[in-house]
Design a protein around this ligand. Structure first.
Ligand code: HEC
Ligand code: HEC
Length: 238
């Protein structure tokens, strides 16, 4: 049993620690308000680690093995659009999408599971995997639309999308803008509806607002146009 005086000292200590903590809270209210959620912090940390890593595409090839079950060993996906082509996607885009699936910033039950597989632990793993995927040649044709709205879609694309995604859908590596060239038609138009119906939380409000005014024919037409462009023609945009 502590003597009464010892007990007083303990209380004094507890109270002074409490006062210091309260003062710290009161002095920094704005930094508290700006605190990102734990999921955001984890996602940002992982993205940063992956960006700082020196990617090893050979190691990435091993990590890719389970991905091939759905995306194909060559990253082609499935022409019916149920699984996207990922071969030749910009490195930074692949990394970001994987991080987003890992932290509930992009929703898809299959990908959330795949991106969290036990063998993918660190930013380095994501970097290696993305380096392998980005270097895969595309060189195959995507599932296409029926051509009905092709002209209409191409016009809408040049007006609203070309500035960022490039005339042929090459995207921009340095700005993290995805390549859309040679992507499967049905996958593309599903992304429009997912974005506009708020099922793609990682897509900015600005982007959703760009898509929202498009009508069905324009959406189908843009998807058709992009499914017919060739990723190989856009390589210069790297
Ligand atoms: C069980 C099937 C399955 C497996 C395994 C799988 N994927 Fe996917 N992947 C999908 C589907 C389906 C989508 C589209 C999901 C959506 O609409 O958001 C997708 C989407 C993606 C995307 C986003 C493509 C884009 O254009 O934005 C990337 C990148 C990706 N997968 C990479 C991988 C990697 C790397 C692995 C291995 C770690 C992997 N996937 C394993 C089915 C799978
Ligand atoms: C201001 C630049 C900008 C403009 C303009 C723009 N995009 Fe995007 N787009 C982006 C960025 C950045 C992303 C990646 C968002 C993310 O991280 O999920 C993206 C993603 C996409 C995706 C998802 C790709 C995938 O594989 O999942 C589609 C589809 C798309 N954009 C289509 C369009 C279309 C169609 C238009 C024109 C109506 C358009 N974008 C206009 C910058 C832009």
């Amino acid at each position: 049993m502590a003597s009464p005086s010892r007990r007083n000292i303990w209380w004094l200590l507890v109270i002074s620690v409490g006062i210091v903590m309260l003062a710290a809270l009161l002095m920094a209210p704005e930094s508290l308000a700006a605190q990102p959620t734990p999921a955001e912090t984890a996602a940002q940390g992982e993205l940063r680690d992956a960006m700082l890593a020196a990617p090893d595409a050979l190691r990435g090839e091993d990590l890719y093995a389970p991905c091939g079950a759905c995306h194909g060993v060559d990253g082609r996906g499935v022409p019916d659009g149920s699984v996207p082509a990922i071969a030749g996607q910009h490195y930074i885009v692949v990394v970001k999408q994987l991080v987003d699936y890992r932290h509930q910033r992009r929703w898809d039950i299959q990908m959330e599971h795949a991106a969290k597989m036990r063998h993918l632990e660190s930013g380095q793993d994501l970097a290696d995997l993305a380096a392998f995927v980005a270097a895969l040649p595309r060189g195959f044709s995507a599932g296409k639309g029926d051509g009905e709205f092709l002209g209409l879609g191409a016009r809408a694309y040049f007006q609203r999308c070309e500035g960022c995604h490039g005339p042929l859908g090459g995207g921009q590596a340095e700005r993290g803008i995805p390549r859309l060239a040679g992507q499967h038609y049905r996958y593309l138009y599903r992304q429009f509806f997912d974005a506009v119906e708020q099922r793609r939380p990682n897509m900015s409000t600005l982007h959703t607002e760009l898509m929202a005014p498009l009508d069905r024919a324009q959406i189908l037409g843009i998807s058709d146009y992009l499914s017919r462009t060739s990723l190989e023609l856009t390589r210069d945009a790297d």
